[in-house]
Design a protein around this ligand. Structure first.
Ligand code: MN
Length: 349
């Protein structure tokens, strides 16, 4: 976790920012981090980052368009050097809060906060954000971000006391809550609503900035209609993919490949890991010539991922010790699959 001094520094940045622009990662940890900070200071705009693996230079157009006096970047492991250079030239302070393990060095210009560099732990950015804002009425949002990133926060008992009907008694893990409780259902609704069109994501974000409590997300009304509709559509497709993936779960490595116009890899990989603990999960989404992968399982999936892509030209990958992503050309997939099998075998021996 960040230390007291770092938390105070971030608070001071937020206080100084009159018109901040928040860039956040395209998942529940990124979304709820933004919501926690935005609801705390009551001003600023948010932009979801859909470029992978970095926040790329094309997003600087939002800075030009919205003319912020501060840039906050949440839950994104890489920011393009051009983006930072432009911010520096425009004299815009950049505050970057992340929890991914990344290779140094970073540009000195950035105010960079990462718990890994403080005490070695990697609590989600939503956990850090909650510890900055400490707004009790937003505890449920923080919990959604945390369990979506497979993290069980120390404030769960407080949540359960306030919302006994949404939680679960003595959950085994964060994912136990994600898949087997009402707050988990709300988390899954938000996760899929991030996969809607940009216009609908903007509307969802606006709704979430002023939402009173978790029950408001579940209630069907004009404001939640599109969110719930999108959830039902995607969940239908998602359940079919889960069934297909379960059907190929015999080996130590569950390798599941699919296509279509929607990537659900991170969600699929998380649920497969929950249902098949001890296995190595590789979920591959194919879009044209490009394969996007989500990997889970084992003691250190990060090392395994990096080793498996090391011989493949143009492949990128990284993330956490327990969850990674990778990207490569479709033609390199057989080689990658073989390498994974080989590495996993070696580890067993
Ligand atoms: Mn994230």
């Amino acid at each position: 976790m960040l230390d007291e001094k770092q938390i105070e520094e971030i608070k001071a940045h937020l206080d100084r920012a009159q018109n901040p622009l928040f860039f956040f990662d395209n998942d529940n940890d990124g979304l709820t981090s933004f919501l926690l900070l935005r609801r705390y200071i009551g001003r600023g705009k948010g932009v979801v980052i859909r470029s992978f693996p970095d926040l790329n230079i094309s997003y600087y157009r939002k800075v030009v368009e919205l003319r912020p006096d501060y840039i906050f970047i949440l839950d994104k492991p890489i920011v393009s050097e051009d983006f930072i250079e432009k911010a520096k030239r425009d004299n815009l302070p950049v505050v970057w809060i992340d929890h991914h393990q990344v290779e140094k060095p970073l540009n000195d210009y950035i105010n960079y906060y990462n718990p890994i560099n403080t005490d070695g732990n990697n609590e989600p950015v939503s956990y850090i954000s909650y510890n900055i804002t400490k707004r009790k009425e937003d505890l449920w949002l923080a919990l959604i971000g945390n369990i979506s990133d497979s993290f069980m926060p120390d404030f769960y008992s407080e949540f359960e006391k306030n919302y006994p009907e949404l939680g679960k008694k003595n959950p085994n893990s964060a994912f136990d809550l994600l898949y087997n409780s009402e707050i988990g259902r709300i988390a899954r609704i938000l996760d899929f609503s991030l996969k809607d069109s940009l216009t609908n994501v903007v509307n969802m974000t606006k709704f979430m900035i002023s939402v009173k409590g978790p029950m408001d997300v579940l209630e069907e009304n004009p404001k939640t209609k599109q969110i719930l509709k999108r959830f039902n559509e995607i969940n239908y497709r998602y359940q079919i993919l889960m069934e297909k993936a379960r059907a190929q779960s015999e080996g130590k490595v569950i390798y599941f490949q699919y296509g279509g116009n929607l990537s659900l890899s991170a969600s699929l990989a998380n649920q497969l890991l929950y249902e098949y603990p001890g296995k190595i999960i590789v979920v591959v989404y194919i879009s044209g010539d490009v394969a996007n992968l989500s990997l889970r399982g084992g003691n250190d999936i990060r090392t395994l991922t990096l080793e498996a892509i090391s011989g493949i030209e143009g492949a990128t990958g990284g993330g956490h010790k327990n969850a990674t992503g990778a990207k490569m050309s479709v033609s390199d997939l057989p080689k990658f699959k073989e390498k994974i099998e080989e590495l996993v075998k070696k580890e067993i021996a």
